[in-house]
Design a protein around this ligand. Structure first.
Ligand SMILES: *[C@@H]1O[C@H](CO)[C@@H](O)[C@H](O)[C@H]1NC(C)=O
Ligand SMILES: *[C@@H]1O[C@H](CO)[C@@H](O)[C@H](O)[C@H]1NC(C)=O
Ligand SMILES: *[C@@H]1O[C@H](CO)[C@@H](O)[C@H](O)[C@H]1NC(C)=O
Ligand SMILES: *[C@@H]1O[C@H](CO)[C@@H](O)[C@H](O)[C@H]1NC(C)=O
Ligand SMILES: *[C@@H]1O[C@H](CO)[C@@H](O)[C@H](O)[C@H]1NC(C)=O
Ligand SMILES: *[C@@H]1O[C@H](CO)[C@@H](O)[C@H](O)[C@H]1NC(C)=O
Ligand SMILES: *[C@@H]1O[C@H](CO)[C@@H](O)[C@H](O)[C@H]1NC(C)=O
Ligand SMILES: *[C@@H]1O[C@H](CO)[C@@H](O)[C@H](O)[C@H]1NC(C)=O
Ligand SMILES: *[C@@H]1O[C@H](CO)[C@@H](O)[C@H](O)[C@H]1NC(C)=O
Length: 674
């Protein structure tokens, strides 16, 4: 006989203090004579497999053990009553179609009855329906192994997940399916339940402690030391009735998979035994691409499609950028495209404790990639207004190839529905903004470090503007976009994002992009970013690094204006950050201050290029004589003043139009335009 049923064991050695009797079920494969109630689509096959559903749409299959188990101590209840402990081990297999996704899943279920009147297929898994979903009168406990997530569309939970359900499908806790081994070498390996031959699952509930463990592993591997859901606090006392049926339910929806059980053991107040002599897992669907001629055909087809796609992208972009000063080159080999699941895992499901910052374009989370263990920063741009996937891919591809020691390199990306995820190097020591201004930061940068940071920023910008194969305009140079790495070198972040955003806009030329305080005057008028608008913002950053003051502090204080005033009063060294304690190299400080003023001039054509800036900073060239600056010269105070006055008035205009000083305007204008 394929299976044996052993009832009423006495495992008193296990629960010494309790003297509880233990009931155990063991099915090593299934056969017709077994005391299992099959209904709906479920049948026991000659191959000793129990098939809950086949690949028909919207069907339900149940398989429950015929006799109920006693789950509560009613005769002699303890003072603080609890449900009995139980433990189960089973092996299942999901056979999903090769192309597209399968569905929906199966659930280990404990229920007061084996009849589920009116229960629906699809994501209700044949247990609940829209009316009774979540109703405490259901008394149903289930652990679902679900391959589709449609139940709660805005939740982060993955399709391929394990969830604990009480009385309804809104899972109390869900985890993406993974094999976890902790120890000297920790492993957390995601796997697709529908792709492996078969999956082993252990569910263990401790009644007195009221904790639940769920552990899964592919059939080929041994039981991992660490449960996927570990010591989850849950009290099943009010869920259980005195007598409960145990078994399985599965359903399909529009997406379909066949769901099979290979074997099952279950014990109340005891340990479910391991199983041997299981039937062979059902065969997976033949992958048509395993035929060589199909592979060749697919290869040729995809090559054709690819070249067509390239042509299309090139054409679109050419048209779009005809009147733009920067022409881009589009290619299709993207930087690494991450799996959403991995990033979800890396950031622990984007939980708040992993949040390391909120920028103009979205929140940034710290993460550890499960595959390599490297630390990354994941920028999550929610509800991105991007439409064209191909344009987006091309844009990310071009950003992904930028590599420089003073840039925060883009490692890869991922897109899921409206979520756009960009993966960057993780820079542990925070932003320049934080280092300069955070009152909680006791660390003060000395002058040497500041000068090094200034040189780093200029090297990064020079690379973007002149040294790479195309001109890349940063568009949002500011202290909070400059990260400080372990060597206290500057790394420019967030480059190119603004343009990426503009692709989603119908009319993108009118969008002012940048942050108040760093926006060149001509940018507010024309909305056209250029390398010179970056230089302007860079100039403001230089002044910040020397003075330790923000570009705008109140309605009254404008950094550039203030430095110019002091300059005219002949007391330029008065503006130096008092935190430096008068310890600095005077020549360098003066150079950086003057360069800051030179860069943040009102007239764009008076500003130097980044190449010139770098030469000045290396003392390769002397700064131009101040009289030659045109507007700061000894007798140009009228022009000078009018110039700077115009800057401040443009800043004020921007402020009164509803933008606060720390908000990136591009985000705002996109929101407003929606
Ligand atoms: C599923 O099983 C039912 C009944 O056994 C059968 O009528 C149906 O054709 C099967 N569906 C598929 C897709 O095999
Ligand atoms: C029921 O609870 C009592 C304590 O109140 C305990 O002595 C007894 O062993 C329990 N029975 C079972 C079957 O667990
Ligand atoms: C849902 O199920 C309950 C019983 O479980 C049944 O009374 C009710 O009619 C069902 N509702 C629908 C919409 O099928
Ligand atoms: C839960 O179900 C019971 C019995 O079916 C019903 O009387 C009650 O109104 C339901 N509660 C809710 C909140 O739907
Ligand atoms: C759950 O797992 C933890 C850690 O592996 C273990 O300490 C605990 O006893 C387990 N609980 C149950 C109910 O098996
Ligand atoms: C500084 O620390 C205090 C208390 O820990 C905290 O409330 C405050 O937000 C911190 N300020 C900054 C700018 O981080
Ligand atoms: C610091 O600089 C050294 C030498 O330039 C380099 O090898 C190292 O990787 C840098 N460390 C960090 C954290 O950037
Ligand atoms: C961060 O900066 C501090 C100085 O503020 C330095 O001592 C520390 O080594 C840096 N940490 C890392 C991880 O580079
Ligand atoms: C510079 O020009 C302004 C008027 O444009 C004049 O008032 C001022 O006296 C001149 N200063 C010098 C030093 O020539």
């Amino acid at each position: 006989m394929a299976s044996q049923i052993l009832l009423v064991f006495l495992l008193s050695f296990f629960f010494l203090h309790q003297e509880a009797s233990s009931q155990v079920l063991i099915f090593e494969g299934f056969d017709e004579t077994d005391e299992i109630n099959c209904d709906g689509s479920s049948i026991i096959k000659d191959s000793r497999l129990l098939r809950l559903t086949n690949r028909s749409t919207n069907i339900i299959g149940h398989a429950f053990y015929k006799t109920p188990f006693q789950m509560l101590n009613k005769t002699d209840p303890p003072i603080q009553p609890y449900a009995y402990s139980f433990s189960t081990y089973f092996v299942f297999s999901i056979v999903s179609p090769n192309s597209g996704s399968g569905g929906f899943g199966l659930a280990f279920t404990i229920a007061p009855s084996t009849e589920f009147h009116g229960a629906q297929a699809g994501h209700y898994l044949g247990l609940f329906n829209t009316t009774n979903d979540g109703n405490a009168s259901n008394h149903i406990f289930a652990v679902e192994f679900d391959t589709v997530n449609r139940y709660n569309d805005d939740s982060d939970s993955e399709g391929n997940h394990v969830g604990v359900d009480i009385n309804g499908m809104g899972s109390k806790i869900t985890e993406p399916a993974a094999y976890i081994e902790e120890g000297t070498e920790s492993v957390k390996d995601d796997f697709r339940m529908a792709k492996v031959d078969a999956v082993q699952a252990w569910i263990e509930y401790d009644g007195e402690k009221r904790t639940l463990n769920v552990t899964i592993a592919p059939l080929k591997l041994s039981r991992p030391s660490t449960p996927l859901i570990k010591n989850y606090k849950i009290d099943l006392y009010n869920v259980m009735k005195e007598n409960m049926f145990v078994g399985f339910s599965a359903s399909t929806g529009q997406e379909t998979s066949s769901h099979y059980l290979l074997g099952w053991s279950f014990a109340v107040n005891g340990v479910a035994p391991m199983l041997s002599n299981l039937p062979k897992p059902p065969p997976k669907e033949q992958d048509p691409s395993s035929f060589p001629w199909v592979k060749v055909a697919i290869g040729i087809l995809s090559a054709l499609t690819l070249s067509l796609l390239c042509l299309l992208i090139l054409l679109t972009c050419y048209n779009r950028y005809m009147d733009f000063e920067v022409l881009e080159d589009w290619e299709t080999d993207c930087p690494h495209r991450f799996r959403y699941k991995d990033l979800h895992l890396a950031t622990k499901g984007f939980i708040e404790s992993q949040l390391i910052g909120i920028g103009g374009f979205g929140a940034v989370y710290k993460g550890v990639l499960p595959t390599t263990g490297t630390e990354v920063a994941v920028k999550r741009i929610v509800r991105s207004p991007l439409h064209g996937m191909r344009e987006f891919a091309a844009e990310v591809e071009s950003l992904g190839r930028l590599r420089h020691k003073n840039l925060v390199n883009l490692q890869g990306w991922c897109k899921k529905k409206n979520d756009l995820l960009l993966v960057y190097d993780f820079i542990p020591n925070g932003s320049l903004d934080c280092v300069l201004y955070n009152p909680n930061n006791s660390f003060v940068l000395n002058w040497g470090q500041r000068f090094n940071i200034v040189r780093g920023i200029s090297a990064g910008l020079l690379y973007l503007h002149e040294e790479w194969e195309q001109v890349v305009i940063h568009r949002d140079v500011k202290t909070s976009n400059i990260l400080i790495d372990g060597n206290l070198s500057a790394r420019l972040g967030d480059f190119g994002l603004a343009r990426l955003y503009n692709h989603g806009q119908v009319s993108h030329t009118t969008n002012v992009v940048g942050t108040i305080g760093y926006i060149a005057p001509e940018l507010t008028r024309t909305g056209k970013a250029s390398t010179k608008t970056d230089v302007y913002a860079f100039g403001v950053v230089l002044l910040e690094v020397v003075t330790g003051k923000r570009p705008l502090d109140s309605d009254q204080f404008f950094l550039v204006e203030w430095v110019v005033e002091n300059y005219h009063l002949g007391q330029i060294l008065e503006v130096i950050d008092p935190k430096l304690d008068s310890v600095y190299n005077e020549e360098e400080v003066e150079l950086v201050l003057k360069l800051g003023l030179l860069c943040s001039q009102h007239r764009a054509d008076y500003r130097p290029t980044m190449k010139q800036v770098t030469r000045y900073l290396n003392f390769d060239d002397p700064l131009p004589d101040i009289a030659d600056w045109g507007h700061v010269g000894s007798n140009s105070s009228s022009r000078m003043n009018s110039g700077f006055l115009e800057i401040t008035s443009s800043l004020r205009t921007a402020e009164t139009s509803g933008y606060s000083s720390s908000i990136t305007m591009s985000t705002k204008s996109i929101d407003a335009g929606r």
